[in-house]
Write a protein that binds this ligand. Structure first.
Ligand code: ZN
Ligand code: ZN
Ligand code: FE
Length: 722
């Protein structure tokens, strides 16, 4: 067999039946692996009986194919615990079934000399294992042991101390309530005891008042003391990707309330590397485990930048000398009645390819602005980058550019089409223009919500027309409004708008993202309600005349049809946070409250007009305000609000008359919403699709953009209408 950039090539010979059996086993692949496709061809038998691996062949243009990082396998974990084993307690142990991949790869084909392990020549014992077909480390590129591999080091501000037992030392510090910056698999993470005061201190230092923090548990048993996990959720936690899984709190959860304030769920994970296993076992308690960055900056990957940027946050650092090739965050997932839902696609999933049936030109898609990802479609596959974060700061924008270079160099492709969002001011759109000029190729602008629906179509390979419900925060619409409550009929390269939300003005535009009170007064104003201290208690009374004037004249108050902003308005009207520290915070609180209520009756939310239909939220808000004033709880009103949106989806689907419905956009990260809507549509006879291996939020836009650009390229120029 040999490894080339197209994949693995095997030559086998034997009786037909045995070869058939071999092929059927091969398709399944070993645990932790995924076999994208198997192509079999008959060749002349050579009469060979030995098993040999011949050197990788370089030079051809590689098909995008590189493994993702994997959590330690059972065999490696057993060795880690076994006294007398060569790798007993060694934090960098791995084998062909586990260990780092994407985070150490510098180039393809994936061989040790093209990984960040190239500075560690193999010792004799490791070289023997590497060359032995019987060994589970046969050709494991990141193979290492205490003699020849990477090592840990503790750094405390007092000076560089070489601790004999760095893990024991750090565990003691963590138990004392200190904050540790740990150089993990794809970047630095900040860790602290998940039960005490340290969590509050971490939030203050990181200037992250509310956004949920993830928790890493030493074991499944420890996790069950605090949280509830179903069979599927446990399998996801234990999978090779070892992602963060959002789980409900159990009755005896004693984790710090500061971990996820106002949120019924907690992001939980199991140790994702041997280093994490050793540290968590030594601490013996759950640890908060969050990205080692400041605000919206990318993860720190190198020791130097971590020491500089995290100096004000961490009390000590646990670092090592295995360089991290690129920042890769922990992935965030959840299990819904529709199956797996990826909310942040990164470690463990990237860069596994997604299919592009039928192939097409090489398309490089630059995604959106928030939760940025990029995608490269070549041949019949698409590779998406890891989550790159929001592009508001220069470090994230630099990472975006580096990732473009990374993917193009990695897969040795020259783009034939660049795709990006329609929004002209997104950093990703500006970069698209530059790249278009650099490669002298066309730039295809794709409407934000069309891309949302296309991502779902692409992932599931849906054929024929689709009704896409793209409900999110905001994206620039084709008419200049901020869209976000769209029902689109999508087919081939084009879409039409079937239904939307009745528009309203957002005073202050973008600032409304973190101020639900602005959505609330925008809607109250549109209903003709007076804005005063009683109706709009969230503003100093002196500000209200100015805001009213902005709304009257529509100055600095763009029109929007966003369901995300509708969520914000309802949350503010029900007394939930009127000013938040991250987008979606108010909606998450509303969802958490509403989840405790069983099935609820919808409020009126009628569809009026035609082409597009308009969902008029005024009767909905009137009912909500009346219930609120009668003293009905926010939880009950919230449950009825969710039911109203699910009923709206069914009504739109009936009017559209399309059997296939895609539920996408950031609002469908809301489990209650996606499950209730899915159930109601399914029982009304519709076939429902939701993004699964791709985020429903803006992290999925790049995939959708490749799909739309590919479809457009197939339309003759004379027939193009977009
Ligand atoms: Zn292993
Ligand atoms: Zn060794
Ligand atoms: Fe969006």
């Amino acid at each position: 067999m040999s490894n080339d950039s197209q994949g693995a090539r095997l030559e086998v010979e034997g009786e037909d039946a045995r070869i058939d059996r071999f092929l059927s086993e091969l398709v399944k692949g070993p645990p932790g692996s995924s076999v994208a496709s198997v192509e079999a061809r008959e060749i002349e038998a050579l009469g060979d009986t030995s098993f040999t691996i011949v050197d990788s062949v370089t030079g051809e243009a590689p098909a995008p194919s590189l493994p993702a990082d994997m959590a330690p396998c059972e065999a490696c974990l057993r060795e880690l615990e076994q006294h007398g084993e060569r790798r007993f307690g060694y934090p960098f142990t791995n084998c062909t079934r586990c260990g780092p991949r994407y985070t150490i790869a510098i180039d393809l084909p994936y061989d040790r000399e093209r990984t960040t392990m190239n500075g560690f020549p193999l010792c004799e014992a490791c070289a023997r294992e590497y060359g032995d077909p019987e060994d589970r480390r046969f050709h494991a590129q990141p193979i290492a042991c205490p003699r020849c591999g990477p090592h840990l080091r503790v750094i405390e501000p007092a000076g560089d101390r070489r601790e004999d037992a760095p893990i024991v030392h750090c565990a003691r510090r963590l138990r004392e309530g200190r904050i540790l910056a740990l150089q993990g698999v794809g970047g630095f993470q900040l860790l602290c005891d998940a039960r005490g005061e340290a969590v509050v201190r971490l939030r203050e230092r990181k200037r992250r008042p509310h956004k949920p923090l993830a928790v890493m548990f030493p074991s499944m048993e420890s996790l069950r003391e605090h949280l509830i996990a179903s069979v599927e959720e446990e399998a996801l936690l234990r999978s090779a990707a070892a992602p963060i899984v959002l789980l409900d709190k159990g009755p005896s959860c004693s984790l710090s309330a500061a971990i996820a304030p106002g949120n019924g769920a907690i992001g939980a994970m199991l140790p994702s590397s041997p280093l994490h296993h050793l540290l968590l076992r030594e601490v013996g308690a759950p640890l908060v485990c969050t990205s080692g960055n400041l605000a919206n900056e990318p993860l720190c990957t190198a020791e130097g930048e971590a020491l500089e940027r995290l100096a004000g946050v961490a009390d000590l650092f646990l670092v090592h000398d295995r360089p991290i090739a690129r920042p890769v965050d922990d992935s965030v997932t959840r299990w819904t009645s529709n199956g797996l839902q990826l909310l942040r696609r990164a470690r463990g999933y990237v860069p596994l390819p997604l299919p592009r049936p039928g192939g097409g030109p090489v398309v490089l898609a630059l995604g959106g602005h928030l939760k940025s990802t990029i995608a490269l479609a070549a041949g019949d596959e698409v590779v998406m980058s890891q989550h790159l974060g929001d592009l508001d700061n220069p470090l994230s924008r630099a990472l975006l550019e580096r990732t473009v270079d990374d993917l193009l160099r990695f897969f040795d492709r020259r783009p034939e089409i660049i795709a990006c969002d329609r929004h002209p001011d997104y950093a990703s759109s500006l970069l698209a223009e530059q790249l278009g000029a650099r490669f002298r190729v066309p730039v295809e602008r794709v409407s934000h919500h069309h891309a949302h629906v296309a991502a779902c179509i692409a992932e599931h390979g849906i054929e024929g027309p689709v009704l896409g419900l793209a409900w999110d925060g905001v994206g620039l619409g084709d008419d200049g409004d901020l869209w976000g409550g769209e029902a689109l009929r999508c087919e081939g390269a084009s879409f039409s708008r079937i239904a939307t939300l009745r528009p309203f003005h957002l005073p202050g535009g973008e600032t409304a993202i973190r101020e639900p009170r602005r959505s609330a007064i925008g809607m109250l104003h549109a209903m003709g309600a007076p804005l005063d201290a009683r109706s709009a208690p969230w503003f100093p009374p002196g500000d209200l005349p100015v805001l009213s004037a902005m709304l009257d004249r529509g100055v600095n108050a763009p029109r929007t049809t966003s369901i995300g902003r509708l969520f914000d308005a309802v949350a503010a009207l029900l007394g939930l946070p009127a000013v938040t520290s991250f987008e979606g915070q108010a909606a998450i609180e509303l969802e958490s409250l509403s989840t405790s209520i069983g099935p609820a009756d919808p409020y009126p939310l009628p569809l009026t007009g035609s082409a597009p239909l308009i969902a008029d939220w005024a009767p909905l808000l009137h009912s909500i305000l009346a219930d609120r004033d009668r003293g009905i709880s926010a939880a009950e009103i919230g449950a009825r609000f969710h039911a109203s949106l699910a009923a709206l989806a069914v009504e739109i689907a009936r009017r559209a008359g399309l059997p296939q419905v895609a539920l996408t956009g950031g609002c469908f990260q809301n489990r209650l919403l996606v499950e209730r809507t899915g159930e109601r549509l399914t029982s009304a006879g519709f076939r429902v699709f939701a993004p699964s291996r791709v985020p429903p939020n803006d992290g999925g836009l790049s995939l959708g953009q490749t799909w739309v650009a590919t479809r457009r390229a197939a339309v003759p120029p004379s027939a193009r209408r977009w």
